[in-house]
Design a protein around this ligand. Structure first.
Ligand SMILES: Nc1ncnc2c1ncn2[C@@H]1O[C@H](COP(=O)(O)OP(=O)(O)OP(=O)(O)O)[C@@H](O)[C@H]1O
Length: 299
């Protein structure tokens, strides 16, 4: 495990905001740390980065205890919490060069990072003229300069438009798949996390409600697939006759529980083969609130 905590707790005065948290973040994963505002995500992240001292419990990063191996561990972590520390009067490249000099990193790496976060064309623009998404990507480039094995990001997509969110998502996927990094990312939006995460931890009021792989989560979140066809009654009959479950039907569309991508392909092929035109197929997940309900009802 790249991050492992045991019984991690923290209180602000009399308010306990993190309660006996046991995190398990596997190497090479994109671990989505999910919870509504105020759930305790930032507090947890600050403890992982040694910015807050834990009340109780232990933290292991790269299988080493954090307190006793602080300097070694922190040198292998890149992080972005709250606003990235960017100088607005400097260009993107100058911001990176500054940090590279501080870290003793070769200047060549600056251009590599600019390319990685797709800011090469904007490298000579003043950072204050960057969009929020560009600033976040510059923040990630700064965090990556020292070539850390682990990247910890606190709500990096907050306030971004859909395009900005997609760019961050693609970047994080590239970092894990092509560059062997592990990414720990917090968010309050389930829909955003499940499109990129391989593993998920869900907290509410400082307590872990669920932790596991994204496939484990899909079992709980029971995604449904809406199929829009020209004749839903015939389509429904055809699917039932062929052994598929149809959970709802109306004049516009029918709904089937999502089992696998392959099964969706088979259903699409079957409908087409029988001459029923499919207009759209749309997989929908529960939002965080509904997911909380299913988790607590199951417990
Ligand atoms: N410095 C502080 N002093 C007192 N209470 C605090 C402090 N920082 C955070 N809290 C409280 O701790 C709880 C957890 O906050 P935290 O910022 O960790 O949550 P979060 O899940 O990151 O939420 P958000 O997405 O809103 O940042 C909240 O109730 C918050 O009000």
């Amino acid at each position: 495990m790249v991050i492992r905590t045991e019984g991690l707790s923290f209180s602000f005065g009399s308010q306990q905001v993190v309660k006996a948290l046991s995190l398990q973040v596997p190497e090479g994963s994109i671990y989505g740390f999910l919870g509504p505002n105020g759930a305790g995500k930032t507090t947890t992240i600050k403890m992982l980065l040694n910015l807050l001292k834990t009340d109780e419990g232990s933290i292991f990063v790269f299988e080493q205890e954090l307190q006793t191996n602080r300097i070694d561990i922190l040198s292998k972590i890149g992080s972005l919490i709250e606003q990235p520390a960017i100088y607005g009067h400097l260009t993107g490249r100058e911001n990176l060069i500054n940090r590279a000099m501080l870290l003793g990193v070769k200047e060549a790496r600056v251009d590599e990072m600019l390319a990685l976060v797709k800011l090469t064309n904007a490298a000579s623009k003043k950072a204050r003229q960057y969009s929020l998404g560009m600033k976040q990507r510059l923040g990630i480039a700064l965090a990556l300069l020292s070539d850390p094995k682990l990247l910890i990001l606190d709500e990096p997509t907050n306030g971004l438009d859909p395009n900005g969110i997609i760019e961050i998502r693609e970047l994080l996927i590239r970092l894990t798949r092509e560059h062997g990094k592990t990414v720990f990312i917090s968010s309050h939006l389930l829909g955003e996390i499940e499109r990129m995460a391989t593993h998920v931890g869900i907290i509410n009021n400082g307590e872990m409600l669920f932790q596991g792989s994204i496939t484990d989560l899909e079992e709980i979140s029971q995604p449904q697939v809406f199929i829009e066809t020209e004749n839903t009654a015939d389509a429904g009959n055809l699917l039932t006759k062929n052994g598929y479950t149809v959970s709802a039907i109306n004049t516009e569309s029918l709904t089937v529980p999502f089992i696998s991508k392959k099964q969706m392909g088979d259903i699409n092929a079957l409908l087409n083969r029988e001459g029923i035109t499919v207009y759209s197929i749309n997989k929908q997940h529960k939002d965080l609130e509904n997911l909380f309900l299913s988790i607590t009802q199951k417990a």
